[in-house]
Design a protein around this ligand. Sequence first.
Ligand code: ME8
Length: 649
Amino acid sequence: MMTHQKAYITTPIYYVNDVAHIGHAYTTIIADTLARYFRMVGRDTYFLTGTDEHGQKIEQSAQLKGKETKAYADEISATFRELWDDFGISYDKFIRTTDEEHKQGVQKAFNIMFANGDIYKDTYKGHYCISCEAFFPKTQLVDDEFCPECGKATTVVEEESYFFRLSKYGQRLLDYYDQHPDAILPKSKRNEVIRFIEGGLSDLSITRTSFDWGVKLPQEINDPKHVMYVWLDALMNYVTALGYGSDEAHMEYWPATVQLIGKDILRFHAIYWPAFLMSLELPLPKHIAAHGWWTRNGEKMSKSKGNVIKPKEVADAYGLDNFRYFMLREVPFGGDGDFSQKALIDRINSDLGNDLGNLLNRLIGMSGKYFEGNVSSHNVETFYAQEFHEVKANIASLESYLSDIMLHRYLEELWRPLSIANRAIDKYQPWNLMKEGKEEEAMALNGLIANILTQVAIMLYPIMPQITQKIAFALGFEINNASWQKYIVEGRLLNDFIIEKIPPLFPRIEEQLLSDPTPQEPQKESKKEAKPKENAQAQGIALIGIDQFFQTSLKIGTVVSGEEVPKSNKLLLLQVDIGEAIPRQIVAGIKEWYSLEELIGTQVCVVANLKPAKLMGLKSEGMLLAAKDGEGLCMIRPEKPKAVGTSIS
Ligand code: ME8
């Protein structure tokens, strides 16, 4: 990976159908870590993130919220950007696919692919999953209808479409992955991709005509009813952000060094994307690195499941750097991880508090007590040669873990010098050395610890940029390329200095700081006082007029009958009388909290003018009002019986 001096790191561009959760934060934090590392080691680094704003999914989300699509995209895109700014994410560019330059770049790509014969026009007939923005052949569907990736109902699409000759690139892709065995990381994921390609690639439909929230085809093609398929549009962002198709200002950063993604979008990045690049005669990225899923009690996080964890809340409660450390240390890169506050607290108290923070405290304490804060590196090698050299070898081994994006291993290894230092204190017992008049040995021991902390702080900086600068401050230096060069590359020792007494960096956390709705982690009393809620405007909730409110038709209904939805743990199929000729059929995700007996014959509040939707293949003609918090869900019902069909206002 360290073969060329420039470094280009990318995250996926996130859909603006919803605000960021810890899965998004995870990808972005890994990318930020790599970017900071590359900058620290002196590479000319460019770090890209941004938002993916076109396609049917975004258009539908905006409609559901009653907003104009671009205004909606602006709003959600800004929340991503604000979160990354708040987190100090060191991106160089935040791209939006609604940017003009991006659209120009995508059109240029289309023209080139068209001119070289890789694009042709035909008719697409098949199934499309709007949630995944992906086409699936019938053979891959679950029960002939449901998306194999996300389980939602697909829609049948039959429309004129332009196709990309993906089938032409199968062998070239296989050859490429054969010659570049570390192009896909972790390596275990490579086999998955190869098997998929070997199964045969079909040509890819790359335009749509049934909606128009997307990049238009280039004028030269003269076919205005088509817009680009959102994945062609989105994948191109990695080069349009560098100026492809516009000013070409940063194209020298291409090919990317590492493109970080979640495993859900590996197929798009390891098959479609390189095929597009081959067609455009652009080099392929050095590495596509796919991480696993963060889940909640084993389930994928999603807003509809109510198990989303807000990254800002976690970082505010536990500290941003601690959160970063936890995410990278807790889960082997590529594997899935279940988020729990208990695991986070354990990491903070144990790895960070005991192993790292306490070591610094002991150094501050010992140098204060015995040497008026003076620390000297003289004689470190004389008295502690073995420890010193073990640490040196360990630090030198770290880069290989980073190259393979094995950040959990990197951190695991980085903790060895800390345990060497902690063990050295226990073994040599400086208080006894002082009693025995071996002051030089005691001073050299402090010197050893200070130098170990220096090296650990520098190497930990990309993961914990704020805390490590505080450690460096206590030790009298600043972490940057010069100090990396001096203490890591050249292996120089600290000059004599007076240690700065800083407050403990990782105060012990005794109990969960955020309320936690999961049954597996019983909710404890929150240590922090619940903050009073800000008013709606200050929380960023858009205010609406009364007329907008009345666009929603809310009615009193009575549940007249119901049944369980086969194979579903969540859904009930209810018939609800809202005063119309026949009861409405409503599929409600409330089975975890209500039995049919508890519902039939009772009154509920119904959103009566929702567009019908299909859930597990069943038509749903409305929605029941309910409220869910950490304790579970309850229906919203009239206080006294009311005639069915009564409007709620
Ligand atoms: O897929 N655990 O956008 P997206 C870990 N716009 N990571 C997660 C996660 C989870 N539970 N949920 C999301 C898209 N992610 C497209 C990408 S790129 C040209 C277009 C992370 O908003 C993970 O990196 O659905 C995943 O790949 C990405 O968010 C998907 O974000």
